[in-house]
Design a protein around this ligand. Structure first.
Ligand SMILES: C[S@@+](CC[C@H](N)C(=O)[O-])C[C@H]1O[C@@H](n2cnc3c(N)ncnc32)[C@H](O)[C@@H]1O
Length: 396
């Protein structure tokens, strides 16, 4: 890899890879230094240190999920691409350095096919038109390709012809799903899905476990580094016979299922995982994932708000030996964290995509009787400023 840098013709305008001009080893060094600075009070308090960041051997083509908005262009054309940084102006992208190379051509061809079939693009300022976004997900291990076309309302004119045409151009597509989003919001996806071709979900595998992924469920976008991240979380959880694990903010159950599977592989008996997640579709996937991995006797998944679930677990006098938590960027809630302290598991494993909110949350756990024992940064998004971290805590 050396000290080479990568180039992208639209990097100045797109703003997605703000560190592209910095050689990758230097990006990693910068991230390491940032994490050491950010976690310095935590380390001073608990006498621990930040481990060396886990980088990628080849920091290209790592995004297995790609998306684009569509907008009307001149003479009936449909535009696609990335929003120029800080605006809603679209910059066309022929191929993207950090995406799986199969994804962008599909997104661009959706615009061409829609144009040909006179499916109008969504006009954001007026809330009119049909075609809003498309999202492509490529299975890391499975190679399955799921295309989700987001429409402004139930109608997708000439849907069958659209599907035929896009499949002719991309015969490897395994599913085409229409997602309906008629809200005037920046959120890409709506709640309703209509399967237009193939199965309604795709499959992929991580750490030897197979997962069903729906068009609206959360699934990490860099699967190669996800295996590193989950491996660190599983090691920090340190499964023991008879242990009960809470997998909070569990998405499609990926961490809990990988943990239970690894425990079984190592002959650690009677490990039980209870996952909690608020998105119904993700919980349904998690339950099917349990079956697909033959873990029905060790994993269960509950649809609930994590904080409400924590309060119920305490009222019910439940025992958990380990709490694994992986909240969204905003972090967790004080009530959830205080609930963890009252529940008093031996260990807490906090996986985070935003170390700034994580540091804020850690102080509640430290005040509540926990000591940070390890901090492991993982580079899930090379060429950007983002870092993910796995922090392990033990009860004092
Ligand atoms: C960063 S993702 C992690 C998902 C999963 N652990 C993984 O690695 O794929 C955070 C998850 O938390 C869920 N979530 C957000 N707020 C929640 C809440 N208040 N209660 C339960 N789940 C929540 C989101 O739907 C999302 O699936």
């Amino acid at each position: 890899m050396g000290f080479r840098t990568y180039t992208c013709p639209i990097s100045r305008r797109c703003g997605g890879c703000e560190w592209l001009a910095v050689p990758y080893p230097i990006q990693l060094r910068r991230k390491q230094e940032q994490m050491e600075e950010l976690f310095e009070p935590v380390c001073r308090h608990d006498g621990c240190s930040v481990s060396k960041i886990a980088g990628m051997d080849d920091p290209r083509g790592y995004r297995h999920k790609a998306a684009t908005p569509y907008a009307p262009g001149a003479k009936g054309r449909i535009r696609s691409g990335f929003y120029e940084s800080g605006s809603h102006r679209l910059v066309y992208c022929k191929s993207c350095l950090v995406e799986d190379r199969r994804a962008r051509p599909i997104l661009n061809d959706v615009a061409i096919v829609a144009q040909r079939l006179r499916i109008p693009a969504y006009q954001e300022d007026r809330g009119t038109g049909v075609l809003r976004h498309a999202v492509v997900r490529i299975g890391y291990a499975s190679g399955e390709e799921l295309l989700t076309v987001v429409t402004n309302g139930d109608a997708l004119p000439r849907a069958r012809r659209f599907v035929t045409a896009i499949r002719e151009l991309h015969p490897h597509l395994t599913s085409v799903v229409q997602n309906v989003n008629d809200r005037r919001t920046n959120a890409i996806l709506g709640r309703r899905n209509v399967t237009l071709f193939g199965p309604s979900h795709m499959h992929d595998s991580l750490l030897g476990c197979s997962f069903e992924i729906g068009p609206t469920s959360f699934y990490q976008t860099n699967p190669q580094q996800t295996e590193v991240l989950y491996g660190l979380a599983i090691r920090a959880a340190n499964a023991q016979p008879g242990m009960r694990v809470m997998d909070a903010y569990c998405g499609t159950g990926t961490i809990g299922i990988c943990l239970a599977s690894e425990a079984r592989r190592q002959g650690v008996r009677d490990v039980r995982v209870v996952g909690v997640e608020q998105v119904g579709n993700a919980v349904e996937c998690a339950r099917r994932n349990v079956g697909a991995n033959c873990l029905a006797d060790s994993c269960e998944f509950v649809r609930d708000d994590a904080t409400a679930f924590m309060a119920r677990a305490q009222r019910g006098g439940e025992r958990f030996d380990v709490v694994v938590m992986d909240p969204p960027r905003a972090g967790s809630t004080p009530e959830f964290l205080e609930g963890v302290c009252r529940l008093a598991p031996e260990r807490v494993v906090y996986v985070s995509c935003n170390p700034f909110t994580q540091v804020r949350d850690l102080s509640i756990l430290q005040d509540g009787g926990y000591r940070v024992t390890s901090i492991e940064p993982v580079d899930m998004f090379p060429h950007t400023k983002h870092v993910e971290t796995v922090v392990a805590l033990s009860r004092r």
